[in-house]
Design a protein around this ligand. Sequence first.
Ligand code: AP5
Length: 224
Amino acid sequence: MTEVCTTPAVLILLGPPGAGKGTQARMLEETLGLIQLSTGDLLRAAVAQGTPAGMAAKSVMEAGGLVSDDIVLQILRDRMDQPDTRRGVILDGFPRTAGQAAALDHLLADTGQGVSLAISMEVDDEAMVARVSGRHTCAECGEGYHDTFKRPANGACDKCGGTEFKRRSDDNADTARQRLAAYHAQTAPLIAHYAQAGVLARLDAMQDIAAVSRDLARMVQPIV
Ligand code: AP5
């Protein structure tokens, strides 16, 4: 008998900076119609708007640390309250601490949901530094590129034709190493949390973008 999935999918992409979470989440959003929910993007928007949460987060993000659970959870709850998330979500860069994972479990339990699948995207530490140091995005539409691994075909954005590109202020080697240290200390332990919950899958994210994408699509298929 074919099982019909009635609750929206909740997919977590876990992984260090540069693992490819954002790249793959944007592709999955386009192919599956799930909503990408990146706490990094939400925090950067709060910083740009100069909200109190953004002002509190700014210096922590520039130093490569983790923003407090209180701020991140408030920003996430506000976004989860919007109706489009009922189609199912891809959590990109959340949760990142044991406190955030516990809060997510409670938030989902309130609506009879749970985490559908948590994918640990595994990359070598050295590859991660090279990936974030070469990253840039289209200033117009936000499409992501890399100086070596994903260059725009004709110098203009492949997606919208924009010619302006921007780089993140935290994408330098020193800050990247701080972000990596924060990942190993506070986020990597969540792999065991989701393994224990029976929803963990591991993905070799050292492969090229297309191969990671193929593996990911195969893993995600059963939950959508
Ligand atoms: P955030 O924006 O989430 O950054 P991050 O986790 O450090 O992740 P990245 O965006 O750097 O990497 P990614 O895995 O998305 O890689 P991408 O696909 O872009 O967080 C920023 C900051 O906000 C944090 O440091 C923290 O301060 C704060 N924050 C955010 N969430 C928080 C939370 N929940 N709690 C507390 N604080 C929080 O790829 C990187 C590059 O590599 C790109 O150029 C891409 O083209 C390339 N690439 C991708 N895949 C491949 C591949 N397979 N092969 C070769 N190149 C590839």
